[in-house]
Structures are given as structure tokens and as C-alpha cells.
Design a protein around this ligand. Structure first.
Ligand code: ZN
Length: 336
């Protein structure tokens, strides 16, 4: 149990930053004012803790602002009135200099107070105040925290909660991918179905020819002038493919171009290497490489005259007749 902290006076900038700054991981649902307060999920523990952290920070700032009068505004006089004052602080050399220091100090202190007020009344706090008032009404006017002491450091608690949430999300994602991988690798013929379905989409500029060897195929990207060879690696104890490998087939007597090399680098550093559908979608995102602009800078070539060869998977995938299609953003290497 800690008492309310009273730290050293922050500068105007830091007070504004801390109070007005967004809490990481929490969307600024309150920006729209009244409407937003109805949308906030007050059942969410993270929401409650994030709100408490904001209130606790405001309370800390109140303690700092209380020192503004008289000590804060009279700071330039301290070396005169107190002979034991820090030797680093010298008395202003002339009365007019002292006057201008007093002016400046008062203005700074006032702007700290104004910043605080605008946060207190601002759209970010408005739904929290409404909620607090509603809760006080519900409890027939009784204050919610009658001890007047903060029981916890809510900003620390919030960081812990956000971290735990992130870990949980990652865990769920990993479990989901594991289940998909096991399913994909459970049958030997699964890859053929994936290739058939992909070919049925008739994506212009891309042609697949199944290879002589099992689990192998050649993919021609006509517009990009590239031929890719894809081959599935198998492990003894699973029926399906454990990893799909891809390499560029350069015409005899020519070494791979810079463009081909950077495409290959990106393909080979892809996730879900067990997933043929993912690989085919990723390869097909290169079909129009020479006319696909960068998602970030919206230009086709960057200053180094490079095309956007990086592919980053879009978080939401398209579903087309029960088939998941992976979509990718195209990026220059210096925009990624
Ligand atoms: Zn770019």
C-alpha cells in the first residue's frame, strides 16, 4: 500500500505528455466525446485499470501543481530570501532581469495549470468522469475510494495486464497455426488439391506446371520474367510436407538479377513454410511486380530505382468460397 506519490515538479512539456499521452494498447475510444462513453466496455479489466492509471496520474500532477503558489512562482527570489539556497542558483544581476525571470516563471507555471485543466476536461477523461459519477450515484453518493489512498500503482498494473494479454494472443495464434499445420500435413494428397484450387482462380500472369518428382512444381511469372521451382521436403513420420522450398530457375548462362535475388530473399524468410497455399498466394503477389506500387510510399520505384520486393502479410485474410486467401502488402526494402 503506497501513499499518493509527490514527485518533483515536471516541466510543462512532460506534464502535457504524460497526461495527454495515449496509454499503449488502449484505443482512444473517448475521442468522440459523449457517444464514445456508451461504447466503452466497463466490464473490461484493462479498461478499468487504464482509466484508474489516468486518474492516478492526474492526482500526482495535482500535488505537483499545488507547489506552484507561492513557492513555484517565487522561485527566482529563493537565492535572495534564503542564504542557504543552492550555490548553483545565482541572484538575477539587475532588478529588470529579476522581473523578467519572475514573469517567465509565472507564465510557465500558469501554462502547466492550463495544460492540466485541458486534460481534466478533455475528451479522453470525459467518459471516465461520467462513469465515476454514475457509480457514485449507484452507491447513493458514497465515494468509491473512501481511504483517499491509491491502493496500487495502476500504470504498472496496466503494463503487466497488457503484456499478459499480448502473450495470450500470441499463444492462441501459435496454437491455431499448429492445428492448421497438423491438418495440412495429415494427408499426402492435400497439396494436389491446394494446387488445383489455386489454378482455378486463373490469376493472370502466373502458370503452374506440376513437376516430375512428387511434391514438386514449376511456377512461371510471365510479367516478372521469372521461373520458380517449388519442392516439398518430407519427414519420415508425417504423410504431408514438412516444408516447401522455393528457388529461382535462372536461364543458363545468366546469373540471377538483383530483383530476383531480393524476391527470393523475401520468399525464403516467409512464415508458415509448411503451408503451400500461403506460398502460392505469396508468389502470386509478385505476378505484377513491375506495376505494383509500394503500400507505404505509394511509388513504384524508390530513389535507388528499386521495385517494392518486400511482401508483408495483411492481418485480415479474404475468404473466397470457404477458401482462405492470403493478401500481401508490397513494400520497398527501405519502406518496410
Ligand atoms: Zn516505398
Amino acid at each position: 500500500m503506497s501513499t499518493v506519490p509527490t514527485g518533483p515538479a515536471p516541466t510543462a512539456g512532460s506534464a502535457e505528455h504524460q497526461a495527454g499521452g495515449q496509454i499503449p494498447g488502449i484505443k482512444n475510444e473517448s475521442q468522440d466525446g459523449n457517444d464514445a462513453s456508451n461504447q466503452i466496455n466497463w466490464e473490461s479489466e484493462i479498461q478499468l485499470v487504464a482509466s484508474l492509471a489516468k486518474l492516478q496520474e492526474l492526482e500526482r500532477q495535482i500535488h505537483v501543481l499545488r507547489q506552484s503558489v507561492p513557492d513555484g512562482v517565487l522561485e527566482p527570489l529563493v537565492p535572495i530570501s534564503n542564504s542557504k539556497a543552492s550555490p548553483l542558483k545565482s541572484v538575477a544581476e539587475t532588478p529588470s532581469l529579476l522581473r523578467s525571470e519572475l514573469d517567465k516563471t509565472a507564465r510557465n507555471r500558469l501554462s502547466n495549470i492550463e495544460n492540466f485543466q485541458s486534460v481534466w476536461r478533455g475528451p479522453e477523461l470525459q467518459p471516465i468522469w461520467s462513469h465515476v459519477e454514475a457509480r457514485i450515484r449507484e452507491s447513493s453518493g458514497e465515494l468509491l475510494q473512501p481511504t483517499g489512498i491509491w491502493e496500487m500503482d495502476y500504470d504498472i498494473l496496466l503494463k503487466e495486464l497488457l503484456k499478459a494479454e499480448k502473450t495470450k494472443e500470441k499463444e492462441a495464434q501459435r496454437e491455431e497455426e499448429d492445428a492448421e499445420r497438423v491438418k495440412a500435413q495429415s494427408s499426402e494428397g492435400e497439396w494436389g488439391t491446394i494446387v488445383e484450387k489455386f489454378m482455378q482462380r486463373n490469376i493472370p500472369g502466373i502458370r503452374i506446371v506440376k513437376g516430375q518428382k512428387p511434391f514438386s512444381m514449376g511456377i512461371a511469372l510471365a510479367k516478372a520474367g521469372m521461373i520458380l521451382l517449388v519442392e516439398g521436403m518430407k519427414e519420415a513420420d508425417i504423410p504431408g510436407v514438412s516444408e516447401w522450398q522455393v528457388r529461382a530457375k535462372a536461364p543458363p548462362g545468366r546469373s540471377p538479377t538483383k530483383l530476383e535475388n531480393s524476391i527470393m530473399n523475401c520468399l525464403n524468410s516467409r512464415p508458415r513454410k509448411w503451408d503451400l497455399a500461403f506460398l502460392l498466394d505469396m508468389i502470386s503477389s509478385y505476378a505484377d511486380i513491375k506495376s505494383t506500387p509500394c503500400t507505404k510510399c505509394t511509388r513504384l520505384t524508390n530513389n535507388a530505382a528499386q521495385l517494392p520486393t518486400i511482401r508483408r502479410i495483411q492481418p485480415v485474410q479474404i475468404s473466397q468460397s470457404e477458401q482462405r486467401i492470403f493478401a500481401f502488402d508490397a513494400l520497398h526494402s527501405d519502406c518496410a
